[in-house]
Every structure is written in C-alpha cells, then in structure tokens.
Design a protein around this ligand. Structure first.
Ligand SMILES: C[S@@+](CC[C@H](N)C(=O)[O-])C[C@H]1O[C@@H](n2cnc3c(N)ncnc32)[C@H](O)[C@@H]1O
Length: 213
C-alpha cells in the first residue's frame, strides 16, 4: 500500500528479523506462494485472510533497513540466537525452525541496529535514511512496553518526522488507533494493524490472520 522503494526503520527491532520482509516467502489463504525476486525463501510465512485484504502481488523493494532497541540482539552471536529460541514454546517446533531459518537469512546481511530508546533515538536514525526512498517506521509489539504518556510522545515524534508508519500492537496499545477502531466488538487475543494511525485489520499476534475492517 506504500509506494517504494522503501527505507524501513523499526523501533523495538530486537534482532532485526522483521526488517527482512523482502527476503521471506508468503502464502495467503493456502494459495500460490509469493517469493522474493531471488526465488523461494527458506522462511515461509502463512496468513489466513478475511475481507478485502489487498493481498500483495509482489514483495516490496527495500533499499535501506535499520532498527532501534533498548537491548539489540546480534544474529551472529550464538548466545543471542539461543536466547531467541528460548522465547518459543518447547512444543512449537515449526516456529523454532522458522526462527532458525530467519536468523540464517539475517546473518548473511546483518541489519544496522542502534541501542537506544524508541523515542529518543528515532529522529537521528531516520536522518540516515536515503532521501530517494519512502521512509517507513514500523512498531510491532513494542509500544505496549511504553507507559501511556510515552506512547503519545512516540506518536507525536513520528508525526513530526512526516513519514509513513505501520503499527501492529495489542488493542489499546495506541490511543489514537484504538479510538478509530470500527465499533464491531473486540475479538479476544487480536492485535490491530494500522497505517498512519488508521486501523486496517485485526490480526493474529504474529500476523497469521488478517481480518480487514
Ligand atoms: C516483543 S519484542 C518485539 C520484537 C519485534 N518488533 C517483533 O515484532 O517481533 C519487543 C522489543 O521492544 C524492545 N523495547 C521495549 N521498550 C523499548 C523502548 N522504549 N525503546 C526501544 N526498544 C524497546 C524490547 O527490548 C524488545 O526487543
């Protein structure tokens, strides 16, 4: 939905594995998979959709990627990789294999990760993005860790940058997004996908479902 080429800046990026949407394969509703230009990826992300989801016909072109985290993890540090594996429930073998495959992909091209706070470090890192690409700030499962007042300060910081931003947070995670969710009841355990504070869909917490508003 955002014209590329894209420069991706993720806050709360952890090891940066979500900075590689162009290197993973996707399958929506069990259909034909969508692959990177280089061919099928070792990571396949599956999603079940409902409603008028604008399922992509091709993957985005990403020309720059960087992340901020209070405690960035290094995909090339075996201890950090093991730590990430401990965050997957023991019986979820498929998730563990997918995590390992994503780490292997990121190891080939480690992302630029800055240690810092989502609000304080954002403007400086954003200024490094190439000006001939569309800068997109991504916040996924991170704003929940900010106190409520800080979340609005984050929103104002992103607005001041005048960039596009995508959020994927729990219900109530972002006050402005929450206020704009269509009043059709809140399904339990869902996250809200939003673009520039406009709610687009309920999602499974890991993006495994998309129910378009
Ligand atoms: C649940 S993880 C989400 C990781 C990734 N965004 C994803 O969606 O898979 C939350 C991450 O946010 C980071 N974090 C929490 N508060 C932060 C802050 N104020 N500034 C930057 N990073 C923060 C944590 O260190 C952690 O890596």
């Amino acid at each position: 939905m955002i014209p590329g080429p894209l420069a991706l800046l993720e806050v709360g990026a952890s090891a940066g594995l979500t900075l590689y949407p162009d290197r993973y394969s996707y399958r929506y509703d069990g259909g034909e998979p969508l692959h990177p230009s280089t061919g099928p990826s070792t990571v396949l992300l599956e999603c079940t959709t409902n409603g008028r989801v604008p399922v992509p016909a091709e993957l985005p072109t990403i020309v720059w990627r960087a992340g901020i985290d209070l405690e960035p993890l290094d995909v090339n540090d075996p201890r950090d990789a093991v730590w990430l594996e401990t965050l997957v429930w023991p019986e979820q073998h498929e998730r563990r294999e997918r995590l390992r495959a994503a780490i292997a992909i990121a190891r080939g091209h480690p992302p630029r990760l800055v240690r810092g706070d989502a609000i304080e470090a954002l403007a400086a890192l954003a200024s490094e993005a190439p000006t001939d690409a569309t800068l997109v700030v991504v916040a996924s499962a991170v704003l929940v860790y900010l106190p409520a007042a800080e979340r609005m300060r984050f929103v104002e910081t992103v607005r001041a940058l005048g960039v596009d931003w995508v959020s994927l947070e729990g219900v109530g995670g972002l006050p402005t997004v929450h206020a704009a969710i269509p009043d059709n009841g809140t399904p339990p355990g869902r996250f809200v996908l939003a673009l520039n504070e406009r709610p687009l869909a309920w999602t499974g917490p890991h993006g495994q479902t998309l129910d378009w508003f």
